[in-house]
Design a binder for this molecule. Structure first.
Ligand SMILES: Nc1nc2c(ncn2[C@@H]2O[C@H](COP(=O)(O)OP(=O)(O)OP(=O)(O)O)[C@@H](O)[C@H]2O)c(=O)[nH]1
Ligand SMILES: [Mg+2]
Length: 243
C-alpha cells in the first residue's frame, strides 16, 4: 500500500499522467478502478498499452479500449513499436514554453552505501518530503531513482541507489541488477556521497565502495549516518574522524 500511496502522490503532483497497461494480459478490475480514481484528478491521461509487439497483438486488445475514452497507445517498449508516435503526441500537449527552457544540466550526486544505512532517508530529508520508500528491511531500494532538489535557484540531482553488498550474498535477480546499477551510478554522476552507518563503521564493504569512488576520480563526500545511536563523549567525533 506504500507503493500505491506513492503512486497516487506522484499523480497528484503531475500535469500529465501516463497510465501503463500490460497488453499481454486482460485488463484487471483494480486497474480499471485505479484509472477511474485518477480520472477524478481532472488531468490529461495517456493510456498506454505496452508489450504490443506486433499488429496481431494489437488486434487482440479489447477491454483496454474501455479506458482512455477509446484512445489508447499500443506500444512495445522492448521492440520500440509506436514509440515515436507516443513521443510526438506527448510533445503536442506539452506547452512550448516548457520545451524551450534549456536549463543547465543539474549536478548529479550519487547517494551510495551498504544496505540499510539510511540512503533513501537522507534523500527524503534533503528534498523535504517522503519521496522514497524507507524501511528497516534491508534491501528496500531496488533501483536507482533520480530526485531533483533546488538550492539557491540551482538544481541538483540526487541519485538514490540500491544498497551495495556482495553479489554472492543475494539470490534476488532484481537486487543484483540494482547493485550493478548502483556501482554504475558512481561512474555517471559528478559527486559521490558515501553513506555509512556510524554504529558499524567502517566495514570492508564501506572500503570497497570508497575504493570504487576513489578510482572514479570524482569528489567523494563521506557521511556518517545514525549519529543519534552513538554514545557520545567529549572527542567522539574527533575519534571518528581519525578512523
Ligand atoms: N536511528 C536512526 N535510524 C535511521 C537514520 N536514518 C535512517 N534510519 C533508519 O534506518 C532504516 C533504513 O533506512 P533507509 O533509508 O531505508 O536505508 P537505505 O540505505 O535506503 O536502505 P536500502 O535501500 O535497503 O539499501 C530505516 O528504518 C530508517 O528509519 C538515522 O539517522 N538514525
Ligand atoms: Mg533505500
Amino acid at each position: 500500500s506504500q507503493i500505491r500511496d506513492k503512486a497516487k502522490e506522484a499523480a497528484e503532483k503531475a500535469d500529465i499522467l501516463l497510465f501503463i497497461l500490460d497488453g499481454k494480459r486482460d485488463l484487471l478490475p483494480p486497474e480499471e478502478e485505479l484509472y477511474f480514481s485518477l480520472k477524478k484528478l481532472n488531468k490529461l491521461i495517456f493510456v498506454i498499452v505496452n508489450k504490443v509487439d506486433s499488429l496481431s497483438d494489437e488486434d487482440k486488445l479489447g477491454d483496454h479500449y474501455r479506458l482512455g475514452e477509446g484512445r489508447i497507445f499500443a506500444i512495445s517498449a522492448e521492440h520500440k513499436r509506436n514509440l515515436e508516435f507516443l513521443k510526438s503526441s506527448l510533445l503536442e500537449v506539452i506547452p512550448s514554453s516548457v520545451q524551450e527552457e534549456k536549463e543547465p544540466e543539474p549536478l548529479k550526486i550519487a547517494i551510495v552505501g551498504r544496505i540499510n544505512v539510511g540512503k533513501s532517508s537522507i534523500v527524503n530529508r534533503l528534498c523535504g518530503e517522503e519521496r522514497l520508500i524507507v524501511s528497516e528491511i534491508p534491501g528496500t531500494t531496488r533501483d536507482s531513482t533520480d530526485t531533483l532538489i533546488f538550492r539557491n535557484k540551482k538544481a541538483f540531482c540526487l541519485v538514490d541507489t540500491a544498497g551495495i553488498r556482495k553479489l554472492g550474498r543475494t539470490r534476488d535477480k532484481r537486487e543484483k541488477a540494482g547493485i550493478i546499477k548502483a556501482k554504475k551510478s558512481i561512474v555517471r554522476t559528478d559527486v559521490i556521497c558515501l553513506i555509512m552507518d556510524a554504529q558499524e563503521f567502517p566495514t570492508r564493504q564501506d572500503s570497497a565502495i570508497a575504493h570504487l569512488s576513489h578510482e572514479s576520480g570524482k569528489p567523494l563526500m563521506i557521511v556518517l549516518n545514525k549519529w543519534d545511536l552513538i554514545r557520545k563523549e567529549t572527542g567522539t567525533s574527533e575519534d571518528f574522524k581519525e578512523q
